[in-house]
Design a protein around this ligand. Structure first.
Ligand SMILES: *Cc1c(COP(=O)(O)O)cnc(C)c1O
Length: 468
């Protein structure tokens, strides 16, 4: 891993937005009014918002310019032509279908490819939660075939998002080929801390799919970040351009769904891309029903225009060097300060290993929420629990589903924050970490049945006095 000082920002700032600065007293009142739930805290009181990297990025002057020039024709707009032509070149796929966002694209692909009566099984490298939701909804089951290399949060393994071909073969055999309509690789692996997938793995998975005659698709939300990791870390790839690597990555796959809110460098939108005309026609019929006519798919012409520019800009190597370097800087400095994180840093976020930070706090007191709230109180920085609260309860037993490890995620919006902002975050997280013995757990005072993390209400649990 190269020693990486803070990378040079390959842009200058033309429009600014005032950042809210609050006092500790103000934040205490705000969090109490929000019933201890960070999702209820208004964004206008957040100093640095690391809740998500989805739809939170800044657009370039070229994108803002494209918005003004966007063509709002219902069918076959100029903006659509530009997006279609760009996406065809970037992904090397003939058929491009817009959707209102990533989950809209998932809805189309899975309703077309999944046959409910067969109880379909979809292997992958840790499906994203909306993906899992759509697979469930289409009557299918997701199976995680990510390699054991993803399990150790401290190893240096360079491609922790890789699928284990052995696990994939077993999953297909166990389900029976007939029940597996596709394999889905998520690049980068969002649920595995934004870790990349290697070119080698993509080719190996293609071979396994060919053995069984199964289609291979990407969930490509962070395709450019993945390509940059391949360039940096994979043998023989260092001399290739990002555009060339993206072409290589998509060559072995039959199609992809994509949320444009990440590497599309726009704030809303999604795409399905594919090679097969028959499949495209079925997707386009469904799309017309659920998203809109196939040349706009739930997006304004100006949104399509900005996405076309975003898809070209995200391939700029100096942008990706800065983007991945910023995430690395945040992770490396936290680790140097002793804070346990998932290593190596992924593309879009740093994951704090709460299981190691608060090992003695009972899981029933939700240590991730305790840490997340303490960070907000300390500095107005918003981070997000990815742990037992988010995992919810088992619908059968009613017991909490505890994930293998508890995390708090620091997701970084694209082109929004500077080094000074990262330093502010590092100081705050380090301070909360150093005072972790004082943290109090929480209990629910209101707990909704589904997606409880969004609307739950909490109170602090008093600490037991002695534990000798
Ligand atoms: C964000 C995301 C989605 C869903 O996309 P939306 O635009 O939020 O609907 C699907 N898969 C992955 C990997 C994502 O990161």
């Amino acid at each position: 891993m190269p020693e990486n000082p803070y990378p040079f920002e390959p842009f200058k700032i033309k429009t600014t937005e005032r950042i809210p600065i609050t006092s500790r007293e103000e934040r205490e009142k705000i969090l109490t009014d929000a019933k201890g739930n960070i999702f209820n805290v208004p964004a206008r009181t957040i100093t640095i918002d690391l809740l998500t990297d989805s739809g939170t990025g800044a657009m370039s002057d070229a994108q803002w310019g494209a918005l003004v020039q966007g063509d709002e024709s219902y069918a076959g707009s100029r903006s659509w032509e530009d997006l279609q032509a760009t996406a065809q070149v970037v992904f090397g796929m003939p058929y491009i279908l817009p959707a209102h966002q990533g989950r809209g694209a998932e809805h189309l692909l899975f309703t077309v490819l999944l046959d409910r009566d067969k109880k379909p099984v979809i292997p992958g490298n840790g499906h994203f939660d909306t993906t899992m939701g759509h697979i469930d909804w289409a009557g299918g089951t997701g199976v995680d075939c990510i390699g054991d290399w993803a399990l150790d949060p401290e190893s240096d393994y360079p491609f922790k998002g890789d699928i284990d071909p052995g696990k994939l073969r077993s999953a297909i055999k166990e389900a029976g080929v007939d029940r597996v309509p596709l394999v889905l690789i998520t690049i980068t692996a969002n649920t595995a801390a934004g870790q990349p997938v290697s070119m080698k793995c993509i080719c190996e998975v293609r071979e396994v799919c060919d053995e069984f005659g199964i289609g291979l698709y990407f969930d490509a939300a962070r395709f450019a970040e993945n390509a940059y990791f391949i360039k940096e870390r994979e043998e023989g790839m260092g001399d290739k351009s990002i555009a060339e690597i993206v072409t290589m990555m998509f060559e072995p796959v039959d199609g992809a769904v994509m949320s444009s809110k990440k590497d599309g460098l726009v704030n809303i939108g999604g795409l399905v891309v594919c090679r097969d005309k028959k499949l495209y026609r079925r997707l386009a019929s469904m799309g017309t029903l659920f998203e809109g006519f196939p040349t706009y798919g739930g997006q304004a012409g100006r949104d399509l225009a900005a996405l076309a520019v975003g898809l070209r800009e995200v391939l700029h190597e100096e942008y990706l060097r800065w983007r991945i370097g910023q995430t690395y800087y945040l992770g490396k400095r936290l680790r140097d300060n002793g804070v346990p994180i998932v290593w190596p840093p992924g593309g879009h976020a740093i994951y704090l290993n709460i299981s190691k930070i608060l090992p003695d706090m009972p899981l029933s007191q939700y240590p991730g929420v305790a840490f997340q709230n303490a960070v907000y109180l300390d500095s107005g920085v918003r981070v997000c629990e990815i742990g037992s609260v988010m995992a919810g309860r088992d619908p059968e037993t009613g017991e909490d589903r505890h994930p293998r490890l508890e995390f708090v995620r620091l997701a970084i919006p694209r082109r929004v924050y500077t080094q000074t902002h990262m330093d502010y975050v590092i100081e705050s997280i380090t301070r909360v970490y150093e005072n972790r013995d004082k943290l109090k757990g929480v209990r629910f005072i209101y707990e909704p049945k589904v997606l409880r993390h969004f609307t739950a209400e909490y109170e602090e649990v008093e600490k037991e006095v002695s534990k000798t």
